[in-house]
Design a protein around this ligand. Structure first.
Ligand SMILES: CC[C@@H](C(=O)O)C(=O)SCCNC(=O)CCNC(=O)[C@H](O)C(C)(C)COP(=O)(O)OP(=O)(O)OC[C@H]1O[C@@H](n2cnc3c(N)ncnc32)[C@H](O)[C@@H]1OP(=O)(O)O
Ligand code: CO
Length: 138
């Protein structure tokens, strides 16, 4: 599976946008709020993959909880899949714990689902699939 993006939890998205623009030599190509996840995100291109910065929009956001437990930093790794439903069935069969029964709408025109970090060596894993223009289930 190709790494689609890495997610980094930040406290101040504007400050981190400026920092990553200096680091990567190019600004974010997109900023998007996903209220269902309680996040505002920005995306930077990095070779074939992307960097997703995430700032919490509310106190019960997974990002707010993550920052309460520790510092800013790597929050999740996202892998690109062609058929998220097929991958979910395959991974369930392999014994992984999915954090939702069906995929949710994520940022950047993606369907996403997460695997519990307790079953993935402590790393929160996201699967994401591009939403096809013909897809009616989102
Ligand atoms: C913008 C949309 C999308 C995209 O398109 O890219 C995103 O990226 S959204 C990103 C934000 N959304 C999510 O993270 C959703 C999935 N996460 C969750 O459902 C929860 O955060 C969680 C992983 C189930 C943990 O929630 P909760 O059980 O409420 O937190 P606890 O504080 O009780 O922690 C339990 C346990 O899990 C460990 N943990 C929590 N977050 C992470 C993490 N990011 N990476 C690694 N480990 C994590 C935490 O340390 C606890 O471990 P123990 O202490 O060992 O029990
Ligand atoms: Co993500």
């Amino acid at each position: 599976m190709q790494i689609e993006h890495i997610g980094i939890a930040v406290k101040d998205l504007d400050a981190s946008n400026a920092l990553f623009e200096k680091l990567l030599g190019e600004g974010p190509y997109k900023q998007e709020t996903v209220e269902a996840e309680g996040v505002v995100t920005s995306f930077f291109r990095s070779g074939e993959g992307k960097v997703e910065l995430l700032q919490a929009t509310r106190e019960d956001s997974p990002i707010a909880k993550f920052l309460l437990r520790g510092k800013e930093g790597l929050h999740h790794v996202a892998f690109a899949v062609d058929d998220i439903y097929a991958e979910m069935a395959r991974l369930r069969g392999e014994g992984f714990t999915l954090l939702s029964d069906s995929p949710k709408r994520g940022a950047d025109n993606k369907l996403v689902v997460f695997l519990h970090p307790a079953g993935t060596n402590g790393v929160l894993v996201e699967l994401c699939q591009e939403i096809k223009s013909t897809q009616t289930d989102v």
